[in-house]
Design a protein around this ligand. Structure first.
Ligand code: PLP
Length: 444
């Protein structure tokens, strides 16, 4: 028995010993096709020799330098690269060690911005139900799953949650897609007015929802209208691209497909591609300049921010993405993956929805396609599918259970951008087998 404190305390997991490209190998020599990049992390695949070389070279030259004393060339170069490719107006990057840290920093940056400009009464955030922003207390508070927050509620900051943009389940039969989007923006405006817009710091959104629902993009025009609302009421728009960013949806940033520019944007996961723990907050110049001309410091910090080896890994990942046109590959392979999922599942009696962008695609399982009735959460269909997939040497990201009174089982696919057509075929074939095996084994 090992001393490791796992999240799922009673689950026994295979022990991974090596990895290469699209595959992870366990102690028994079994190979698993990584169809979800772990948790949409591995964008280049595993063990890329150039990233390993860049990390080793950095380690040999400068292992660590605390940011209270030094800046480093590699951190500066990474920040410059991120800004060169950032949405319009973004000018500075705050480096952290992961997604929750990025969201935590974004929330604090937003709050401090208003303190600096003399609006300290702003202390409220708005976010959306069925979203995930991380597990530290600030990120957890904005996260939209009541069941995740429940036992920590007394420790959390002020947040209210509005409806997600989830067309498959929530658009009324009498509404057009456009009317549905407008209704959601009206709901958001009503919440802003209820709270008092001058009390609100910002609105947090995942441009494509990931870890809760599995690759749900918003309807056209929704984010653009949200941006206009934020401008009208002087509220900051915080985009959480931790999962859907860094090329995952077929553009470097998911917001590029929304004609919307956020004030702050959190990235992580694909930023380091799994080679190192790294995240970042990208900020609009107006925010940076308020700090620069005001107190002169962001009241925040961690020991490992801008770690040189993490920066070297992330910088090399960005170079490879560009050199090998891998963001475009994510777009093109994503379309192919969606076609293959359609071919395999569009007539499946228990697949209600197939959706996503780029190599960020998901299927939603339902007991009945007509009524969209989900399976009972206690059946844990998503976990059964993951288990069947693992038995077939396939890693998929499974979500489900009761989500704020709504049930659903979702399987997310987010393979590395180096996949080829035959890998996509293997993913879809194994997934289809796993889904049918899991359904066949459900208690009647
Ligand atoms: N934000 C989003 C959208 C995420 O999907 C995640 C992780 O899944 C996080 C934040 C938290 O990131 P991390 O697990 O690196 O702390």
């Amino acid at each position: 028995m090992s001393a490791i404190f796992h999240r799922q305390i009673r689950t026994t997991l295979p022990q991974a010993v090596s990895a290469s490209g699209l595959y992870i190998t366990d102690t028994a020599g079994k190979k698993y096709l990584d169809a979800c990049g772990g948790a949409a992390v591995s964008c280049l695949g595993h063990n890329h020799p150039d990233v390993i070389a860049a990390m080793a070279a950095q380690m040999a030259q400068l292992d660590y330098a605390h940011t209270s004393f030094f800046t480093t060339r590699v951190a500066e170069e990474l920040a410059d690269t991120l800004i060169a490719n950032a949405p319009a107006g973004m000018s500075h990057v705050y480096l952290v060690s992961g997604g929750s840290e990025a969201m935590e920093a974004a929330l604090k940056m937003a709050r401090q911005y208003f303190v600096e400009i003399g609006e300290p009464q702003r202390k409220h955030f708005i976010a959306r139900r069925q979203s995930y922003h991380g597990n530290t207390l600030g990120a957890l508070a904005v996260g939209g799953n009541a069941w995740r927050r429940a036992q920590f509620e007394p420790l959390l900051i002020d947040v209210t949650h509005v409806s997600p943009c989830y067309e498959y389940r929530d658009r009324l039969p009498t509404e057009t897609t456009q009317q549905y989007g407008q209704r959601l923006v009206m709901e958001l405006e009503a919440e802003l007015l209820r709270l008092g817009p001058d009390k609100v710091i910002g609105i947090c959104v995942e441009p494509v929802v990931g870890a809760t629902l599995g690759a749900v993009p918003a309807v056209p025009g929704y984010f653009k209208a949200m941006r206009a609302l934020c401008d009208r009421y002087g509220v900051l728009l915080i985009a959480d691209e931790v999962m859907c960013g860094m090329g995952r949806t077929g553009t470097l940033h998911a917001v590029e497909q929304e004609s919307m520019v956020p004030d702050l944007m959190a990235v992580a996961k694909g930023l380091g591609g799994g080679y190192q723990a790294i995240g970042a907050v990208l900020a609009q110049r107006k925010i940076h300049d308020v700090f620069a001309h005001g107190s002169g410091q962001f009241m925040h910090g961690h020991t490992y921010i801008g770690h040189p080896v993490a920066c070297a890994a992330a910088l090399e990942v960005q170079r490879i993405l560009q050199r090998e046109h891998l963001v475009e590959a994510s777009r093109v392979h994503g379309l192919a993956l969606q076609r293959k999922l359609q071919a395999a599942f569009s007539r499946h009696p228990h697949v209600g929805d197939i959706r996503g962008r780029g190599l960020f695609q998901a299927i939603e399982l339902v007991a009945d396609r007509q009524s969209k009735q989900p399976f009972a959460p206690q059946l844990q269909l998503n976990a059964r599918i993951r288990e069947q997939a693992m038995a077939r040497g396939l890693m998929v990201y499974a979500m489900g259970g009761t989500i704020d009174g709504r049930q659903g089982d979702h399987i997310l696919l987010a393979p590395p951008f180096i996949v080829e057509d035959r890998d996509l075929d293997a993913i879809v074939t194994r997934l289809a087998d796993a889904v049918d095996a899991a359904l066949a084994a459900l208690p009647s």
